[in-house]
Design a protein around this ligand. Sequence first.
Ligand code: C2E
Ligand code: MG
Ligand code: MG
Ligand code: MG
Length: 285
Amino acid sequence: AAKKQPNAHWCRFSPELSVQAHERVVMEHDLREAIAQRHLHLHYQPQVLSQAVGRLHGVEALARWNHPVWGAVSPARFIALAEDSSLIQDLTRWLLEAACAQMARWRKARLPVPQLAINLSARNFHDPQLAEQVQAALTRHGLQPHDLVLEITESVMMDASAAAVANLHKLNVMGLQLSLDDFGTGYSSLSHLHRLPISELKLDQSFVRDLESSPAATALIRSVLSIARSLGMKVVAEGVETREQSEWLQRHGCAVMQGYLFCRPVSAAQLEYWLRAQSAKTTGA
Ligand code: C2E
Ligand code: MG
Ligand code: MG
Ligand code: MG
């Protein structure tokens, strides 16, 4: 009887696991192709200033993959897949190129996009060539370092390897702004916060979601805002979906907001349309 259970376990799960493993291999292959063939694309989500209605702080670029058979694959899924293989390097190289090319088009068209934020993976910070790659992309497109913001996750700080810390400092010295994404969900200690050249915290959307229902979430947001203020950092609230959330955040001194309430992540063309509608609103046209 003692033997029966592990066997039963295997019989039930083994075929399913192998299907999953197979699907993973196929997907990894397809993702490699998609990166090589430039089949990924970017969506853009505005980040609005809470004190100047209609004014933009910046835009975040979010990667999208439409698989010919599976349709839209969620970034959570394909980014994880890329991180588990060596594909994340190729993906980030593509991302830097695509994001800088778009920013250069906006600059040329005099569109008021103050800065473009892109997401980097913890693994990118172990790459000793990261800073050179970023510089090369900026130069290729005639951009300045302050045109780009690099969003990093707390896992970069967690392992805080020598290479990662060196990259953070190099990028900061080059003039790039570093923003800590999904803040509050990881394990970064407060000592990391003031030792590393981070200029912005992105308050994770889970706290914003619980803003109206959970006193604990509310207390947490208040203390994040207060810590950020004393360290001279900006806070961007993510996942703002309701008028109530936005008003609360504005009242409590959160400088920047991002979320469906203002605009979903959209194509470059849709973002340009949104920007025009926005400026028509503020100029009263
Ligand atoms: P993130 O950087 O924290 O991005 C915010 C996520 O929240 C995005 O999900 C965005 O679509 C979603 N979001 C924005 N506003 C709202 C809202 O009001 N309500 C709700 N419920 N969600 C909102 P998305 O696009 O699925 O991306 C998921 C994650 O994938 C990103 O989280 C980021 O960590 C990663 N990611 C996306 N693009 C890239 C990329 O190019 N490179 C890397 N390394 N990671 C990326
Ligand atoms: Mg982000
Ligand atoms: Mg986030
Ligand atoms: Mg996230």
